[in-house]
Design a protein around this ligand. Structure first.
Ligand code: C5P
Ligand code: ZN
Length: 485
């Protein structure tokens, strides 16, 4: 990967101007920031554009603008077949499509070779690896490091991108090229990796809130129940406050932390959670050590959530500026968007309750129309799965109106995935059958389908879920949980 990164770096150095095109999620935004920062440091003129997705129309638009060189981050691989005519470098970790040979170039090997050479891609799939060894931000980081080894401090933002894409989730630690990035960041004095509780909100939140908002793993009786969390901790003899100030997880000493984790393990096992679920309580966590204690930019997971909260509400630029180092105006704006996101989720749960969750024999679903944004409905579906009115025994399908059709998000538990459920395959096949497009992961997948095709889509999905679970060949494949909040 670093050899390809070097080729890309040479190409960037030789150009007069670069148009960076990146995605609006945490990986895309942090990758865009790394790309931009590395070009700025090298004195290479550039601009950054954010896109929700890279389709034919978006690509055509960029071709029309005709930048001397375009740098695609966290996207591009899925459209590789349509890149002819563009001078581009791509740092992406999605599965690449086959490049097509344009009619005009068939039979003209020389011009064909020239055209092929105009596009260079760094992608773990080309090195025989999977999507999870590096994120879009990690691939952009490889190029930044090739531009200048002094750019190793950017490893911190690259790890935020990887965690934003839940690349630490399957093994509860980063793997593959991500570990090289992590090592670079540790060597550069910007990162630290420690084993700790994996629940979200170790730094700024009162410790009982950490339990209350637990979603991976979901803790029976504690998740979503503030009073029960407070009682649980008090029973263990944990002081929740020092004078008038709430203590956060990071304020607890080692002995207290050990007591809480042991009690959580016993609590979960007693309430029927499997060992695989319980194991998820603890894993590797990543700290951006140059960031102030108590700031959400200090923990990689929280930082990525902060970025996502901006991107989901059309404010990718705010998060981008925070990734580039703004800790004043734009950090304040980002924190406000994060608070807004939390409120939006509470309202979304009300909207779901109002719309009602309906059941077919193998699935449950809701349709909230315009009430929940297409960029948030997946997170809302993950939460709804554990609310009254829903059951964790069935996967949940959520519909929302979107600009380009109906957005569908599907979520399920690790338990059902272990029993053979693969939502990615279902979303892909069922959306294709009704003229849409979809995919994703076993436990969290999405699609866009034509308006009016919801019922037909549900019928197919219901049948497929039924078939997958009754054939009961347990899946040994990658198990991925829904994204954290
Ligand atoms: O949008 P949502 O959060 O539901 O997406 C879950 C997963 O499904 C994501 O990993 C995304 O990449 C994938 N997805 C997809 N095709 C779509 C929408 C989502 O592959 N049209
Ligand atoms: Zn990504």
């Amino acid at each position: 990967m670093e050899a390809v990164a070097q080729e890309i770096a040479d190409r960037l150095r030789a150009t007069s101007f670069v148009k960076i095109v990146t995605h609006i999620d945490a990986d895309g935004i942090s990758g865009g920031a790394i790309a931009s920062e590395s070009l700025a440091r090298a004195g290479i003129g550039h601009e950054v554009a954010f896109v929700k997705k890279l389709d034919e129309a978006a690509l055509l638009d960029i071709k029309r603008q005709g930048p001397p060189l375009a740098w695609f981050v966290d996207l591009g691989a899925g459209m590789l077949h349509a890149f002819h005519g563009l001078d581009a470098v791509i740092t992406d970790h999605h599965v690449p499509t086959e490049r097509e040979i344009p009619k005009a170039l068939r039979g003209d090997l020389l011009r064909l070779a020239e055209s092929m050479d105009r596009v260079l891609m760094l992608n773990p799939h080309l090195e025989g690896e999977g999507s999870d060894v590096a994120s879009g931000a990690g691939c952009a980081y490889a190029v930044a490091k090739a531009l200048d080894p002094g750019n190793r401090d950017l490893a911190a933002i690259a790890v935020v991108g990887a965690v934003g894409d839940v690349q630490d989730q399957e093994f509860r630690r980063l793997a593959g090229y991500n570990r090289t990035i992590l090592r670079d960041g540790i060597d550069a004095g910007v990162l630290e990796a420690t084993t700790d509780i994996r629940l979200f909100g170790r730094e700024p939140r009162p410790v009982h809130k950490l339990l209350q908002y637990a979603s991976d793993p979901w803790i029976p009786r504690l998740s979503g129940n503030e009073e029960a969390c407070i009682a649980f901790l008090l029973e263990l003899g944990i002081d929740l406050k020092v004078e008038e100030t709430w203590r956060s997880w990071s304020d607890l000493d080692r002995g207290e932390k050990g007591r809480v984790v042991s009690a959580l393990v016993a609590h979960m096992l007693e309430r029927g959670c499997g060992a695989r679920e319980v194991e998820r309580l603890v894993g590797e966590v990543y700290t951006l050590v140059k960031e102030p204690v108590g700031s959400p930019t200090r923990d990689a997971k929280e930082f990525s959530t902060l970025i996502n909260a901006c991107g989901r509400y059309d404010e990718a630029d705010v998060a981008y500026r925070v990734c580039r180092g703004d800790r004043e105006e734009y950090l304040a704006k980002a924190l406000k968007l994060l608070r807004g996101h939390r409120e939006y989720l509470v309202d979304s749960l009300d909207a779901i309750a109002e719309a009602g969750i309906r059941q077919l024999d193998a699935i449950q679903y809701f349709h909230t129309g315009d009430k929940i944004r297409d960029t948030v409905v997946g997170v809302a579906a993950s939460l709804a799965l554990h609310q009254t009115g829903a059951t964790t025994d069935l996967p949940i399908f959520a519909f929302a109106n979107a600009e380009d059709g109906i957005k569908v998000s599907a979520r399920t538990t690790r338990d059902l995935v272990a029993k053979g459920l693969d939502l990615a395959a279902i979303m892909q096949a069922a959306s294709k059958a009704v003229g849409g497009q979809g995919g994703g992961h076993h436990a969290a997948a999405g699609a866009t389908i034509p308006p009016g095709s919801e019922e037909r889509f549900l019928e197919i999905a219901n049948r497929m879920v039924h078939a997958q679970l009754s054939s009961a060949v347990p899946s040994a494949e990658t198990v991925r949980a829904p994204e954290n909040l």
